[in-house]
Design a binder for this molecule. Sequence first.
Ligand code: PLP
Length: 378
Amino acid sequence: MRRSTLPIHGGSPHAQPGSPVVTPITQSVSFVQELGTAEGLKYGRYGNTPNVELVERRLALLDGGEAAVALSSGMGATACAMLALLRPGDHLLSSSWIYGGTHKLFTQELAGMGIEITLIDPLAPRMWRKALRQTTRAIFVESPVNPTCRVLDLSSLANLAKAEGVALVVDSTFASPINFRPLEHGADVVIHSTTKYLNGHHDVLGGAVIGTASYVEEVRRKMIVWGQAPDPFAVWLLERGMKTLDVRVRRQNENALKLAQWCETRPEFARVLYPGLESHPDHEIAQQCLDGFGGMMAVEVAGGGDAAARFLQHLELVTHAPSLGGVDTLVSEPRYTSHAAMTPEARAEIGIPDGFLRFSVGIEDVGDLIADFEQALR
Ligand SMILES: Cc1ncc(COP(=O)(O)O)c(C=O)c1O
């Protein structure tokens, strides 16, 4: 099956006359067990119920992995993926350009369990090799990066990880498997917050981990004991959302490019960040590794925080809300969301000064989005 067919049919059982076209929701936690054997035990928290198993097969096919496990949130996915790789005394090398929740998980929770963490500035690529230790077990990166839309070159990291025998783990939530499949670029593990593009409707929380069958089984063991399995209805909504993944993402790619190009012509924006623009620092890398530049873009409003606040007050179609990847266009201010815990100076240092706005571009008519920006600027 081709990429656009997989989200609709990938992993489906063969259709029989009389079988429903839409997967029924099996909203049951418990399943009748055979007498005299522990084989085939089904239970909601084990993640082995019908809706979950279908979505897992589909997610594995979409990212080109042997297996996938679906979890109850993106954070649950990252936590279980890392718990399956790291023991107390092990060392994790992570990009410092990561989602705020992931940063907390690594520097507060995993560090508190005796796992050592080194954060690397991806602008200093030689530091990865320098920071490696005998105990390093994994390298973690996010690409494209939240919220700056930077794109990392995986090939050198994949070579390093292979040579050193450590796992390369990539959170590619921002791209979705339509735009980027890290396993094709040498990664060992892919993580998604399925809350975002894969579901695409801002109405369900979920996460996924994709990799080899044996590794995914280890993640599943963590999911079971840490209680991170998804609910059948959430997974049913995810399956329904995924059916339109390809058309949504293609439209979001187109809309974001047009909106970013328009923003670049406006003096009210001091900077526009979108990997599809020639002015983007990673435009060439993005051209090499992405199939589409994505629906995420950011602007820096000239005039800083106050000017950004005025612009936001006047947007009518674009909704001020956290999260991303859905059909509606959303805007958020990292200084009040993912990066609220940092000082303005520290934020500015990592490319998020006050006045920085992140847009998750939806599937509306782009003319309407541009008109909304224009009237709000006016
Ligand atoms: C890149 C990235 N990874 C992971 C997460 C966590 O996902 P969730 O909110 O589904 O737990 C987010 C949430 O915004 C994210 O942006």
